[in-house]
Each structure stands twice: as structure tokens, then as C-alpha cells.
Design a protein around this ligand. Structure first.
Ligand code: XMP
Length: 328
């Protein structure tokens, strides 16, 4: 591997555009040295790490980077469109977009156990990605958005390094990991310097199984749509009211449970939408965000009137512990 395996102890934290540009220039040189005129494959989720890796590789090797964006149907509103707009239209990337929504949702139909849902989503993702990879000729490298905390956590046995492995054994690619020695905040500074949109660089954490874990129980298309639409309203209102970037993570959850309500003078037996908004520094514990009462009323008004199937909005006041951040 041409890029550095380990973060040097004396490495200066990348906090400025100048430091980011120096890092970018160095990585472009290293990537070129490592891959030459060969092709590199990347699973591009649209999250900050894989997006920064994509932007770096596009600068270094252009069309020899093949990005695969798998839409598992559990992404937030507007995300697949943003990946296509930024990478294909603006950066002229070689991007394969796979809409695998039906495939994922069909496999998940009727499955209500949280761990089984996660396993199906993770397993299916690898299968779809591997199928796309097999269709391509001459790929020798796999790029990954591994970052330094991933390495430290897997070394300390806290979590299996989430990017590593997973692909079938015969798919033996050499890894390209250009942000491997960076901390998350440094990846963001580099993303800014590469010209990626602010919303992509500073977006809140989003779990791999996506909205699937926010649609507790067996996922149905209509309830999933209610999660996606209510999440979009919540994000829009947080952005409008200056809370974006201030609250660490916020989202909506729509459980299977329904209750009686009234809409247009008629009985409405519909789901409730739970708003979750938390702050944390280490993710091991989290506190509940103190949100303005008027804003909560406005968000409730919008969600109950704009999202089909929702007649109530509830706020989750539970810190972690005893709750986890996500519901599944
Ligand atoms: P919990 O629910 O464990 O969440 O308190 C802590 C943080 O981790 C995120 N999370 C995940 N991220 N794959 C991911 O990539 C997952 O399966 C997953 N589950 C939870 C969660 O969004 C929160 O930021």
C-alpha cells in the first residue's frame, strides 16, 4: 500500500484549507503511484468518508475510478439524487447507480426481528455490490473510506472495522485507503477543500441499515415513506431554525402502533411519529436535546398535516442509557 498505514505521532491536525490542500496534493501523488493506470472500485454511499475518498480519487485518476452507489431503498429523501448530481453531473465521475429498492424491501417483507433485519440489509448490500463488481473488467483495487478511529477501535476490540472485508473471498482487491490516517473532523476539512457540498460534508451520522432501523418491526412501504417524509420535514425545520450542526443527531421513527385521532372531522386510526434529537460526544451516552416548544408545535403541525398516515407526533425524552440512540 502506498498510503501511510499509520498516523504519525507528530502529525499536525488538519484544521485549515492550507493543511487540507497539502494533504490532498500528497494523497493524489500517492494514489497515482499506487494504482498507476489501473481501475479502482468504490462503494459510494454519499456519507462523508466515502464521498471524500471519491473526490480524491476522481482528482487523481478520473474515469479509472468506478463508483457504485447502491440505493437500498432505506436512504433519506434526496440522498441518491444528491450523489448522482454531485458525482456524475458536477464531478463527471464514472458512477454506476443501482436502484435495488425492490430487492431489499422484498427480502425484508414480514421480517420484524431487528438483528435479522440488519443481517439481511448488510448481506444483500454485499451481494448487490459484488454482482456489480463482477460485471466490470480489469478492476484491481478497492477504495474504502476507512478512517483512523476505525483502525483504533478494531485494534482495541471495540468494534470490527466496519469497512473491512465482507466481499466474497475470490474478489481479491488491493485496498486504497486515502483517508485512513485522518480523524473525522479532518475528513470534513478535506471534504470542504475538495469542494464537496456543505450538506454532504457536515451531515449527521446515519446508520448503514438506514431508515430500516427507524421503521421498527416489519418494514412496509407506506410506513417507510412516512419515516422518510417526516425525517425530511424535521431536517428542513432544524436547518431553517439554526439547529443544523448544533444538535448532534435527529430523526423520526414510525412504529407499527396505531392510535385513534381526528382528521377533517373524521376518525383517523393512524401511526404516531416519534421525534428523536440527541447530543453526545462519545456516542456511549447521549442526552436529549432541549428544543424550543414553539418549534416542536410547528413540526408537529407540519408532520401531522403533510405526511399521510400520521396523526400524532411524540418527543422521545429518553437519554442513553436507558435508550439507545436508534430504536433497533
Ligand atoms: P445506538 O443506537 O447504538 O447508536 O445508540 C449510536 C450511533 O451509531 C449509529 N448506528 C449505526 N451506525 N450501522 C451504522 O453504521 C449501524 O448498524 C448502526 N446502528 C446505530 C446511530 O445512528 C448512532 O449515531
Amino acid at each position: 500500500m502506498a498510503s501511510l498505514e499509520r498516523r504519525p505521532d507528530d502529525m499536525v491536525r488538519i484544521t485549515t484549507p492550507e493543511l487540507a490542500n497539502a494533504f490532498i496534493d500528497e494523497q493524489i501523488k500517492l494514489i497515482k503511484e499506487q494504482v498507476g493506470d489501473k481501475k479502482v472500485l468504490l462503494a459510494l454511499s454519499g456519507g462523508v468518508d466515502s464521498s471524500v475518498v471519491a473526490a480524491l480519487l476522481i482528482k487523481a485518476i478520473g474515469q479509472n475510478l468506478v463508483c457504485v452507489h447502491v440505493n437500498h431503498g432505506l436512504l433519506r429523501k434526496g440522498e441518491p439524487e444528491q450523489v448522482i448530481e454531485v458525482f456524475r453531473n458536477q464531478m463527471n465521475a464514472n458512477l454506476i447507480y443501482v436502484d435495488a429498492t425492490d430487492r431489499f424491501l422484498d427480502k425484508l417483507a414480514g421480517v420484524d426481528d431487528p438483528e435479522t433485519k440488519r443481517m439481511i440489509i448488510g448481506g444483500e448490500f454485499i451481494q448487490v455490490f459484488a454482482e456489480e463488481a463482477r460485471k466490470l473488467d480489469g478492476i484491481e483495487f478497492l477504495a474504502q473510506g476507512t478512517i483512523w478511529p476505525d483502525i483504533l477501535e478494531s485494534e482495541n476490540g471495540i468494534k470490527a472495522h466496519h469497512n473491512a472485508g465482507g466481499l466474497p473471498e475470490d474478489m481479491n482487491f488491493e485496498l486504497v485507503e486515502p483517508v485512513r490516517i485522518l480523524f473525522k473532523d479532518e475528513v470534513r476539512v478535506v471534504g470542504d477543500a475538495l469542494g464537496l457540498p456543505h450538506g454532504m460534508v457536515y451531515r449527521q451520522p446515519f446508520p448503514g441499515p438506514g431508515l430500516g432501523v427507524r421503521c421498527p418491526g416489519a418494514i412496509t412501504r407506506d410506513r417507510l415513506e412516512a419515516v422518510r417524509e417526516s425525517d425530511a420535514i424535521l431536517r428542513e425545520e432544524f436547518a431553517k431554525n439554526g439547529l443544523e450542526g448544533k444538535v448532534w443527531q435527529y430523526f423520526t421513527v414510525v412504529p407499527e402502533f396505531r392510535s385513534t385521532g381526528i382528521k377533517d372531522g373524521k376518525r383517523a386510526f393512524e401511526w404516531c411519529c416519534i421525534v428523536r434529537a440527541v447530543n453526545t460526544t462519545d456516542v456511549m451516552t447521549a442526552t436529549v436535546a432541549d428544543l424550543p416548544y414553539d418549534l416542536m408545535c410547528h413540526i408537529t403541525e407540519r408532520i401531522t398535516h403533510e405526511v399521510p398516515g400520521i396523526n400524532r407526533v411524540l418527543y422521545d425524552f429518553t437519554p442513553k442509557p436507558t435508550g439507545t440512540v436508534e430504536f433497533e
